[in-house]
Design a protein around this ligand. Sequence first.
Ligand SMILES: NC(=O)N[C@@H](CC(=O)O)C(=O)O
Ligand SMILES: [Zn+2]
Ligand SMILES: [Zn+2]
Length: 427
Amino acid sequence: MDYLLKNGRLLINDHLQICDLLITDGKIAALGNDLTAAAATTLDLQGNFVSPGLVDLHVHLRDPGQTYKETIRTGSLAAAHGGFTFIGAMPNVTPVPDNVQQVQTMVQRNRAEGVVHIGQYATITTERTGRQLVDFPALKAAGAFAFSNDGSGIQNTATMEQAMRAVAEVGLPLAAHVEDDSLIHGGVMNAGTRAEQLGLPGISNTVETAQLARDLALAQATGVHYHVCHVSTAESVQLIRDAKEAGVNVTCEVTPHHLLLSDQDIPADDGNYKMNPPLRSEHDRQALIVGLLDGTIDCIATDHAPHSDAEKQQSMRQAPFGIIGSEMAFSLLYTNFVKTRIFTLKQLINWLSQKPAQIFQLATSGQLSVGQPADIAVFDLDHPYQITAVSLLSKGHNTPFIDTQVCGETVYTFVAGQIAYQRGGTK
Ligand SMILES: NC(=O)N[C@@H](CC(=O)O)C(=O)O
Ligand SMILES: [Zn+2]
Ligand SMILES: [Zn+2]
């Protein structure tokens, strides 16, 4: 079906301006005022904001293996609910996409069962453990869009060095979860005064930065496109800033929760505040904001990590790491950073759309221009709404942001010109 979107507001020359947008054959066919198209279905957007579809380089779909937590279907519906039209699916699923057949299976299933575009990560090592590298060229040919062992760091330096050399050859990004296992000591939240008050074991910043420093040296030597997942500390931002200045081919992402919360916001021993990396200090949080604003941090990715209610209702000592993020990322960031004038709307959309698409060289451009695929999100910037558990399309409800009042509700998400989500539509 073709659509004529009337009276939306688009960012044109840094300003929101009323503009119509015509979608035909899955592409943006025209932009302008007073467009008409007899054959298209007309939708009056009533001044709502028309954005390029958002791009999330980091989600966990749990399928196959843990489909009680999420499936390709529910995870992609959650993404569409948040205005995302492309997501990168992490490979910490069972069976592991570490071989040609499983990567091909995942690529086919993502296409058949997902309601948004899905890029499939293959692992770096077999079974996402040990030192046995995957067959990088074969997995690229099988359809992997990048490589990652997300969920764990690569502990052995020689393994990482060889992986980087091989991934540099195939020309895809290597997305690293940086975490030195020998420094964790059973920590479950950020080390510091809040962990001491709560009597919980802490995770130091060096768990992340020690391995990051190692990796940056290896990235410089190998020339690989090294992408750092969920950067969380001030020291990491500085290391990446220095590396970029030295010409290292490094990019990185930050999550909404690390931008929004610090460990001081953890009210009690509550599993919904447990994620990896943990919520850090206020000093770290401020450094992440500065890092985004000065270009050290390239983009925002949710690290959507669904778990069951029963798993997350436990103490932080027992609950698994991770919180959901797809469905509230834009609203939370818009409300807390754009409405408060810390970010402009243009900056936020750049970090959530154009920039991630550009650094991973995706087919989706993150831009609204004639001829581009019609991957589009429409947001209501003006009317506040409440994030509620019942409104979520994810199987997971594990987020500290339930019952938060925000603006920026998704009204429509179009993927390749078709409606993937619409407000008030059926589940
Ligand atoms: N972020 C998390 O706390 N958890 C992720 C793994 C990961 O992103 O490292 C998960 O798969 O649950
Ligand atoms: Zn991770
Ligand atoms: Zn993750």
